[in-house]
Design a protein around this ligand. Structure first.
Ligand code: FES
Length: 388
């Protein structure tokens, strides 16, 4: 077979011939300076995803009789990473012999993070929250995880109009979302229904009213179940009440509050036949199971080169058992969703909390578990990475 020699192919050959000397010349003319130790991309990645942060409590005040607002600054560097309004951080500390942590939604806005300010609000409920609510002092230092979580607006997934429903302390992520909207950093319009028993239990009412006054895309409706108050609705956040203030079609719903509120709102919105993606719920931590006589077991934990044997209870998660024993086990959401506590199962049967199994199929198949949502059914042995 005969090939016709193409002119362009011939030119390519000529260029190829010159390539090596041209490269040699350019290398010889190049600067002799050593390559940078850190590349800009890596510096930026570290800034946005610092992993763990060292923080200090700089201010505290009560925003209701029972809810305490805590303001933190970073002490390992001079700003918090930018985050998505609605996300949470997990704060970690030592109380007695235990190393404990809890996730809290961020109240402050992403812009404030760049001013080295991050605000949380904590109800006086439970071991860790009770400590932060009553005992944490200005100047105390803590370890905090970087902001995480999927409870935030996503342009490609969510409708332009979002209907947010808050119950009690569930107002916290919506403060950040409303503040960020008023700062001009979000593309949505927001109608917030905020339910509480009495007006005294409405946290941040003055701040929300001020945000509403400066942002035309934000509307807030206060709903009190136990008393009549001017400027507030009386009753519960029913579909009928919501329809009075906004169009419920073509909206994405964000819910944060107690389980009873989720159940009620689910029933109210059922006739709308909303697609699953139109309903977003903030995950709550996986707590103790109600059991009268929980079994007592032995939990063997491998952490790097160490092996610990500790007591575990049938109604407590493996993470709780490790924290009580003072082990520094990694965790963030405590709800089975983030995968940060991902550990290797070695032996012993267990149960996973209902509806909380966020493991990938491969993890299930190859014996990985999330200790934050796993309860022992007998003696167990697991291999856990060290948090930091
Ligand atoms: S801490 Fe998030 S899955 Fe366990």
């Amino acid at each position: 077979m005969k090939f016709k020699r193409q002119l362009f192919g011939f030119m390519d050959m000529l260029r190829f011939k010159k390539m090596v000397p041209t490269r040699r010349k350019m290398l010889a003319e190049g600067p002799n300076t050593p390559l940078p130790q850190e590349y800009r991309t890596n510096v930026l990645a570290k800034k946005l995803h610092p992993g763990y942060m060292q923080v200090e409590l700089t201010a505290a005040r009560f925003v209701t009789n029972t809810m305490r607002e805590l303001t933190f600054k970073r002490v390992d560097t001079e700003e918090f990473p930018f985050f998505r309004a609605g996300q949470y951080v997990s704060i970690q500390m030592k109380i007695g012999d235990s190393v404990v942590s809890r996730p809290y939604s961020i109240v402050s806005t992403p812009r404030q993070a760049l001013e080295n300010k991050l605000v949380l609000a904590v109800e006086n409920a439970g071991f860790v929250s009770g400590y932060l609510n009553e005992k944490a002092k200005i100047g105390d230092r803590f370890v905090m995880t970087e902001p995480s979580g999927e409870f935030h607006y996503e342009t490609l997934r969510d409708n332009h109009h979002i209907v947010c429903i808050a119950g009690g302390s569930g107002i916290t992520p919506f403060m950040s979302m409303a503040g960020s909207l008023a700062d001009g950093d979000e593309p949505y319009s927001m109608t917030l229904f905020y339910g509480a028993r009495t007006a005294a239990q409405l946290a941040y009412k003055a701040e929300l009213d001020a945000l509403t006054a400066r942002c035309k895309d934000l509307k807030v409706v206060y709903v009190l179940s136990d008393e009549e108050q001017a400027g507030c609705e009386k009753g519960f956040i029913s579909a009928e009440l919501m329809k009075k203030y906004t169009d419920l079609t073509d909206a994405t719903f964000f819910l944060c509050g107690p389980q009873a509120m989720y159940d009620f709102v689910d029933k109210e919105l059922a006739p709308l036949n909303l697609p699953k993606k139109a309903m977003r719920r903030d995950a709550t931590c996986c707590g103790d199971l109600p059991m009268e006589h929980p079994g007592a077991f032995k939990l063997t934990v491998h952490m790097r080169d160490e092996v610990y044997v500790l007591p575990a209870k049938e109604n407590e998660t493996l993470l709780t058992s490790m924290e009580r024993a003072g082990l520094n086990a990694p965790n963030k959401c405590r709800a089975g969703g983030c995968g940060f506590c991902h550990s290797k199962w070695l032996s012993g049967s267990y149960r996973v909390a209902d509806g909380r199994d966020g493991r990938r199929e491969a993890d299930r198949k190859f014996g990985f578990i999330h200790p934050c949502v796993t309860y022992p059914l007998q003696d167990m042995e697991i291999d856990v990475p060290v948090a930091y």
